[in-house]
Design a protein around this ligand. Structure first.
Ligand SMILES: Nc1nc2c(ncn2[C@@H]2O[C@H](COP(=O)(O)OP(=O)(O)O)[C@@H](O)[C@H]2O)c(=O)[nH]1
Ligand SMILES: [Mg+2]
Length: 376
């Protein structure tokens, strides 16, 4: 590597690389020059390495720094962090389940972040602790379309009772799902009463989040007359309530009429939650009008599904479904990681493509080989 000062040339750069070799490494910043956010607060010296006990006690006592560090372990892809993360999750499990879990989806620009900030501030004023998480399964491709949220929720992020965590970025859908679910559990153990999960209404975001929350809210806009046609197929079936946002100024009347249209349509759609009628409302995240109503609807929902036992049932089945999908995914991973099996699978799949082997027989051949290779 080059001497200090100026951009450094990485070791793997070609010897004769000229200016056209675009990769330069900028000199590192001296750690002591970092702001407070990058360093633990001054005070008694911190033990060199945190134990699982430290994490667990910290989380249970609502220590935000330790909560954040634990989430970082959960999000890490290093096997050692994974093991520690799992130990923490196992230990805090008895202290989870206390929050109401709310998912919010809608197209980019619908006003999700603004609405969450308004709702979050309101709940904090009511003395509640609110955690806001984001799930963006497309982040590995789009490079974090949702990351701007943290700066947008400026008021909420200044509130001591609110905790905001951006989306884990990158990785497979299964990875993002696991990290988000475990983060939700850690927040519950840390005493947050309400966990709000924001997701972009593209890709698998809403399906992923629907499967991890109690109450799912869809935020929509009034558009150019074709509103209801423009709505993503199948999304109304996932929602526990629909909110026409930006019902303010000259848009207010239109919003109220679109709300009525949605309410009409909802008569023909099977509700997402047994024993609950999904309805449409109007609100303005900007003026705050109707934001209190969101909370009233959530409370009514919680009362209804707790009394009927559906909430418990939903959570149990969500967890089971998740475990089953992780098992399947893990098997897929084992197959693809084993060179011999991967080759065998590719060969069978070619035969399937050429229609020279029946699909069911193909699956059986792959499984037989998997049993021989992995389990004997
Ligand atoms: N007029 C009006 N603008 C809003 C409202 N809610 C959000 N916005 C604006 O819409 C834009 C997108 O909002 P944002 O919360 O970032 O949307 P997200 O992509 O769904 O999270 C921002 O410029 C907001 O200020 C609302 O209720 N009324
Ligand atoms: Mg947003």
């Amino acid at each position: 590597m080059a001497a200090n000062g100026g951009p450094l040339r990485p070791e793997w750069a070609p010897e004769d690389a000229g200016a056209e070799f675009a990769c330069r490494v900028l000199p590192g910043v001296d750690e002591s020059a970092c702001g407070e956010s990058a360093r633990p607060p001054a005070g008694p010296p911190r033990p060199a390495k945190l134990t699982v006990d430290d994490y667990v006690e910290g989380i249970l006592s609502g220590n935000r720094m330790l909560l954040s560090k634990a989430i970082t372990l959960i999000e890490s892809n290093a096997p050692k962090h994974f093991e520690t993360g799992q130990e923490i999750v196992q230990r805090i499990l008895p202290h989870t389940g206390g929050a109401i879990r709310i998912g919010i989806t809608g197209v980019p620009g619908a006003g999700k972040s603004t609405a969450i900030e308004a709702l979050g501030c309101l709940l904090c004023e009511m003395g509640k602790k609110v955690a806001v998480l984001a799930v963006d399964p497309s982040s590995s491709i789009s490079r974090g379309s949702i990351l701007g949220d943290k700066t947008r929720m400026e008021n909420l992020s200044r509130t001591p009772n609110a905790y905001i965590r951006p989306s884990p970025s990158g990785g497979t859908l299964g990875g993002v799902t696991r990290k988000s679910r475990e983060t939700l559990l850690l927040c519950e153990a840390a005493g947050y009463d309400v966990v709000v999960v924001e997701t972009v209404g593209v890709g698998q975001g809403e399906v992923t989040v629907r499967a991890m929350v109690d109450f799912f809210l869809l935020l929509v806009l009034t558009g150019a007359g074709d509103d209801l046609q423009g709505i993503k197929k199948g999304i109304l079936e996932l929602a526990d309530s629909i909110w026409v946002n930006k019902a303010d100024g000259p848009n207010r009347q239109k919003a109220l009429s679109v709300r009525a249209d949605y309410d009409q349509i909802l008569h023909y759609i099977r509700p997402a939650t047994e024993g609950w009628r999904t309805r449409a409302y109007a609100c303005s995240a900007l003026t705050g009008e109707g934001i209190g109503d969101i909370w009233r609807v959530v409370e009514e929902f919680r009362k209804t599904v707790t009394a009927s036992g559906f909430l418990r049932e939903r959570r149990r089945s969500q967890t089971l479904t998740w475990v089953r999908s992780m098992t399947t995914e893990y098997l897929q991973h084992r197959i693809s990681r084993n060179a011999e099996l991967a080759e065998w699978t590719a060969k069978i799949e070619r035969e399937v493509a050429q229609e020279s082997i029946a699909p069911t027989l193909a699956a059986r051949k792959i499984i037989e080989r998997m049993e021989e290779t992995l389990f004997r």
